[in-house]
Write a protein that binds this ligand. Structure first.
Ligand code: GCO
Length: 440
């Protein structure tokens, strides 16, 4: 029987938690939240399937925090919604928004959980898209101001904070592949945002440091790339994939430079002073978050813009997203951060989990056996790293609840807890009980 009994072999101070994000769970119709680029994108591209209601976490947050606590988790990673704090402009704060996050943090702390807030998890206020959103460094400056506000207003309620969730998704996925808001598809926008989102991070770090002595991190999503075969052109293509997806961000943060191949394609679109800005971007952080889901098989494919590769999926067991189970990639990236970038920095696995086609069965039980297997094989990789004395300090399952899975709407279920979207009922799945059995 596949189970999670080995959770007990982790060190006592290892931090197990769950993660969520604002737009995916809160519900924007509650509490005077303003509009974000996701509302606009959902209207234009997703037949209006948006985060208006989501999981109605705004009204159910106490129940949600209790679920986290009752499973035996010790930490909760969530994000602040910028349009909830500043719905209309950059000056007038929404007191209902402030009040909500104060109460949320209070509840987290009262339950003896550690709060891991993220400042930005993709819900950019729509007003910024009029000045081209992350393509304009004005947005980055405002992000610095938001960070200062958050630190000043809520700073005594947490110790660790991360600036940005998955800069690759904010830039490449949203401005080159066009799969996420704002749904742009061009190399110039992509290159600009690849740099600007890191510049935004630097503005945030500077603001946070000026305000408090928090431990500051950033959350990167790394995806394992493997050449589809041993042909030299596929090996080169994989190198480019790895640079665009992964190394662009870690090289900038830890080394203050961009990797060669990717730079040879993108440099012409970057601002003239990008090298000076890289100095700011690489100012030291205190921990790094790693989100990990899967691998891709990479094949050479000619493209006019120089992005000469395509991603394919292999024949391993797959999740409901069509993503292969490939746990080896998780330990690979833990080791890579430690060996190639910074051998002291504490590493937190800030997301890992799978979508499964969960169905409510009689008696309200949800037998998500595949999810237990997914956690089993990935957590074993993490435990091996811990045993090798690598500084991995925590692991957050994605996600607490089935929620708004971006371009897939409500059709993909990542939760440890099932959400009945008709009435917001929460029903723990077997994977939830499996964690509970060994964490409690
Ligand atoms: C992520 C995202 C989550 C997604 C998850 C599954 O940071 O990629 O934080 O919002 O829901 O990754 O796609």
């Amino acid at each position: 029987m596949i189970n999670l009994s080995f959770l007990q072999d982790f060190p006592k101070d290892f931090n197990f938690g769950v993660a969520t994000s604002s737009y995916q769970i809160e519900g924007t119709i509650y509490g005077n939240c303003g509009k974000s680029i996701w509302d606009d994108f959902a209207e234009r591209k997703l037949n209006g399937i948006d985060g208006k209601l989501a999981c109605n976490h705004i009204e159910y947050f106490k129940e949600d925090i209790k679920l986290i606590k009752d499973a035996g988790f010790k930490a909760y990673r969530f994000s602040f919604a910028w349009p909830r704090l500043f719905p209309d402009n950059n000056k007038d704060v929404n007191l209902k928004g402030v009040d909500f996050y104060k109460q949320l943090l209070e509840e987290i702390n009262n339950c003896d959980l550690e709060a891991f807030p993220t400042i930005y998890h993709w819900d950019l206020p729509i007003r910024f898209q009029k000045i081209k959103g992350w393509e304009d460094q004005e947005t980055c400056k405002h992000f610095g101001e938001l960070s200062f506000f958050i630190s000043k207003t809520f700073g005594d309620q947490f110790e660790k904070i991360s600036t940005i969730n998955e800069p690759w998704c904010v830039s490449w996925l949203s401005h080159y592949l066009g799969e996420h808001a704002p749904g742009i598809k061009n190399i110039q926008s992509a290159a600009k945002t690849m740099h600007n989102i890191l510049f935004a991070h630097s503005q945030s770090v500077e603001a946070l440091r000026s305000c408090n002595d928090h431990q500051i991190g950033i959350v990167l999503n790394n995806q394992f790339g493997q050449p589809i075969d041993s042909n030299e052109e596929n090996i080169q293509a994989t190198k480019l994939f790895d640079e665009i997806h992964n190394r662009w961000f870690s090289d900038a943060i830890f080394k203050g430079k961009y990797p060669e191949l990717a730079l040879s394609i993108l440099e012409k679109y970057l601002p003239e002073n990008y090298k000076t800005q890289l100095e700011l971007i690489s100012s030291p952080i205190d921990w790094i978050g790693l989100n990990y889901y899967t691998r891709s098989l990479i094949k050479y494919k000619k493209s006019d813009d120089g992005v000469n590769y395509e991603c394919n999926s292999g024949t391993l067991k797959k999740t409901d997203m069509g993503w292969e189970f490939y746990p080896e990639g998780l330990s690979y990236f833990i080791k890579r951060i430690n060996k190639e970038y910074d051998n002291n920095i504490p590493i937190y696995i800030t997301e890992n989990g799978m979508a499964n086609n969960d169905k409510l069965s009689l008696g309200n039980s949800i037998k998500d056996h595949d999810r237990i297997e997914f956690f089993n094989i990935h957590l074993k990789e993490v435990l091996d790293c811990v045993n090798e004395k690598l500084p991995v300090k925590g692991y957050f399952a994605w996600s607490l609840l089935d929620n708004y899975e971006w371009a897939f709407g409500y059709s993909k279920r990542f939760g440890l807890v099932f959400t009945d979207f008709r009435n917001f009922k929460r029903i723990p799945k077997n994977s939830y009980y499996e964690f509970q059995k060994y964490l409690k």
